[in-house]
Design a protein around this ligand. Structure first.
Ligand SMILES: [Zn+2]
Length: 278
């Protein structure tokens, strides 16, 4: 799944290559599967694409927002897959779930893998979407507002701190934006914390370690254009090599040598060092 470092990379590249271009045609894709969520419907979404001018692109959390002037925003959010730019006359992928063609015949495709949300929304529809998900107040880990004080506040004011684990605290996107299970495993390893710990059990000192691990991991991943298992706008892999992923299972922990274990937790796999992470 795409997380902030990949979304930021793709948004930056989109902004460089497509800003100011006019969209002449578009469609909500071929071969959609049931885990591609469109808003509005595929048909209406396709009708909203022509005659828009592409404005700026930004990453917000795990989503990519592209202004379609005069009054819409293309939103690709909570998704796995590829967002690709195609030069004029370049062959398009066989399967895609969104296609936009610019007047010079260059194109953008979005192909969802796993699941994902594609919207072409008015500003009001976008506000409603953010409100419904409860992610509007989340702090970006690379913004100036992300200070240790603010991070402690997020813990103190977290509503379900007795019930929710530290994994949920991050991955629901309501407190800190843009982190999913991918980067979280490295963050928790660096902070030496087990993903199953309750939010209320994380001591002040551990919060400080978590804060540093979040900041350093995400900053470094952005500078490396995301993880090597994901692709940028031109199909190139990122340069960030995760420490804790499926390749790590059974291998010695780089800190202490204990074998890395895989656990199933909250509908996904987590890789962790049972000795380092408490
Ligand atoms: Zn270890």
């Amino acid at each position: 799944m795409i997380e902030l470092p990949e979304a930021a990379t793709i948004a930056r590249q989109l902004d460089e290559v497509l800003r100011g271009r006019r969209v002449v045609s578009g469609e909500a894709g071929v071969n959609p599967h049931k885990w591609v969520f469109y808003k509005p419907s595929r048909r209406v979404l396709g009708q909203r694409l022509p005659d828009k001018v592409i404005g700026g692109a930004t990453a917000i959390g795990r989503g990519i927002h592209v202004k379609l002037r005069p009054k819409h925003v293309l939103l690709i959010d909570d998704f796995g897959g590829r967002v690709l730019y195609h030069r004029p006359e370049e062959k398009l992928p066989k399967k895609y779930h969104l296609l936009m063609r610019a007047e010079d015949e260059s194109a953008l495709t979005v192909a969802i893998q796993g699941w994902g949300f594609i919207g072409v929304l008015t500003e009001r529809e976008l506000r409603d979407w953010v409100k419904k998900r409860g992610t509007g107040a989340a702090v970006s880990p690379v913004g100036t507002a992300f200070t240790l004080g603010r991070f402690n506040d997020l813990f103190d004011h977290y509503e379900a701190k007795e019930k929710d684990s530290v994994k949920t605290f991050f991955t629901n996107g309501k407190s800190v934006a843009g982190i999913g299970n991918g980067y979280l495993q490295d963050i928790l390893f660096r902070a030496k914390i087990d993903p199953r710990r309750k939010v209320s059990q994380i001591a002040k000192k551990e919060r400080t370690a978590l804060y540093r691990a979040v900041r350093d991991t995400i900053k470094s991943a952005i500078s490396l254009h995301g993880r090597e298992c994901e692709r940028d706008l031109y199909g190139a892999p990122g340069g960030y090599m995760p420490v804790m992923d499926r390749h790590a299972a059974g291998k010695p922990c780089p800190e202490c040598g204990t074998a890395i274990v895989k656990i199933s937790y909250l509908g996904g796999s987590c890789y962790l060092c049972p000795a380092c992470q408490k």
